[in-house]
Design a protein around this ligand. Sequence first.
Ligand SMILES: [Zn+2]
Length: 236
Amino acid sequence: MKKAFLVRAVLALAVVGFAAGAATRFVFISRPRAAARIVSSGRNERTLILDPGHGGADGGAVSVTGSFESKLNLDIALKCRELAGLFGVTAVMTRESELLDYPKDAATIRAKKVWDTKNRTDLVNSTENAVLISIHQNKYTTASPHGSQALYAPTEGSAELAQSMQALLTQVTGESKRTAARIGESIYLLNHVECPAVLIECGFVSNAVEAKRLEEQDYQLKLAVVITGAYLNSIS
Ligand SMILES: [Zn+2]
């Protein structure tokens, strides 16, 4: 890990505590009373799986600034991994780069997406005691909607984790009045995993102010602190 990143991460934690007040100041030290609790089954520890949405042939939504969602998702997920590492948690990534290695028979973009989604689902379902956090950006047909939202899978423990993440999001980013909600049925991954799973829509890339903010390293770090913090609270 780069030293500069460590310093920035620690600073971010301090800023988060300062900005969010006493309720979340010790987010990593003491678990807030309302935080979700995910209890490990059996003797094994939970395994955090970070899923930066899209990637490879699938760039996801395109921001009003021209950025691809896949890159923003990856940037935030990598920051989550670094932060988790600071707390002794080694996260598994569904991808670590913008490039994906597809099998030869996945010739079309659709075939590539189907293969990729199946691959990620298999990875999650073959990981014992997994907790999945999928990172995405939202997009709407008009420019006004903004704010982040945590969406949960139908599996046990998911709603609690999303609600805890949403509460932290609202406090830390000061940006969202949205509430955690169940994921739509069209999202394959979240509807086919067997573990607790949350998909976070970090913000709207169709909103000019938010799209710009989502590209800023400091804001990405803030989001990563929330995402990682909610997970750490859930297992502590
Ligand atoms: Zn997406």
